[in-house]
Design a protein around this ligand. Structure first.
Ligand code: ADP
Ligand code: ASP
Ligand code: MG
Length: 303
């Protein structure tokens, strides 16, 4: 068993941090470094752009537009390079075999949607799960290469929601129970799929776009963790959206209330629902830049 005195840190990496084989490798280095002095739980989004492409492919297929095939091709190509560059040979074979199964399933599902020319929110959620399932498997493999005992973890086994496909509500009690049971029984570093969950009948649901932050915050609150880190592509929470306001500046410290307000008014750097679980347990939340490790980012706490 892992020594109990080690603090527990939940680290979440968004799609912006997982855009290519090189970036996944870089995230692997950040995790390996963090694992030196804490017990780590990782949460991942799909690779950058993949969820949006899955939505687009589904929309086109439902319209009976063959252009969905080109989008599907782009999704497959986005994963080709990281798959080819997986470090260990044995791992590569296993990961490729699982990828093969999932990508064939995705292809079949999209084909089915194009035949019936209809896609329910239920079916879309099942399609979207592909992104996080693959990215978690890729990062776990990269971590194993750096000597960590790591495994991908499908959050559909842990996060229990209602049937509101596309933006499901989490059953906090059952989810917390499953989290605690799962993490008490393993010492292997878990790379958990963000965003995806399941209803009590085991059907795939999702937590709404950007929902991986929420998965991470739930884990942070329920385990509970000593800190929650959201790793993204900007130096923290900024005074305004840096894509719209070029002279926006990073805010070193914020209270939970301030972050909640900012995220409700469009600072989409953190999913608004993720603030509440962190605040409820007083867990310090750090927003950090994967591409600028020298920057300490934003610390969100009660103060
Ligand atoms: P990730 O893939 O890491 O989850 P997101 O795209 O969801 O990344 O969130 C990060 C993006 O949020 C940044 O690239 C930035 O453009 C945007 N953003 C919007 N408002 C803000 C803000 N106030 N502070 C920081 N980033 C913001
Ligand atoms: N992959 C999902 C999305 O793009 C969830 C997330 O990134 O948080 O919305
Ligand atoms: Mg996000």
């Amino acid at each position: 068993m892992t020594p109990l005195h080690l603090p527990l840190h939940v680290l979440k990496f968004g799609g912006t941090s997982l855009g290519s084989a090189e970036r996944i490798e870089h995230v692997g280095q950040i995790v390996a470094l963090a694992a030196g002095d804490a017990r780590i739980v990782v949460v991942v989004s799909a690779m950058g752009g993949v969820t949006s492409d899955l939505v687009e492919a589904t929309r086109l297929a439902a319209e009976g537009d063959e252009a969905y095939l080109a989008v599907l091709d782009r999704i497959i190509k986005a994963h080709d390079e990281p798959l080819a560059e997986l470090p260990s040979e044995q791992d590569r074979e296993q990961v490729r075999a699982a990828y093969q199964v999932w990508s064939e399933e995705l292809e079949d599902r999209l084909h089915g949607i194009s035949l019936v020319r209809e896609c329910t929110a239920r079916t879309l959620d099942t399609v979207l799960a592909f992104g996080e399932l693959v990215s978690s498997m890729l990062l776990a493999s990269v971590l194993r290469k750096s000597g960590l005992d790591a495994d991908a973890c499908d959050a559909r086994r842990l996060v229990v929601t209602d049937d509101a496909f596309g933006g499901a509500r989490v059953d906090r009690e059952s989810t917390a129970e499953r989290f605690r049971g799962h993490f008490a029984a393993t010492d292997t570093l878990q790379v958990v799929t963000g965003f995806i969950a399941a209803n009590p009948g085991g059907e795939t649901t999702t937590l709404g776009r950007g929902g991986s932050d929420y998965t991470a915050a739930l884990l942070g609150a329920d385990l509970p963790a000593d800190r929650l880190e959201i790793w993204t592509d900007v130096d923290g929470v900024m005074s305004a959206d840096p894509r719209l306001v070029p002279d926006a500046f990073p805010l070193p410290k914020l209270s939970y209330d301030e972050l909640m307000e900012l995220s409700h008014f469009g600072a989409k750097v953190v999913h608004p629902r993720s603030v509440h679980p962190a605040r409820e347990r007083g867990i310090p939340l750090f927003i950090r830049n994967t591409f600028n490790l020298d920057c300490e980012g934003t610390l969100v706490s009660e103060d």
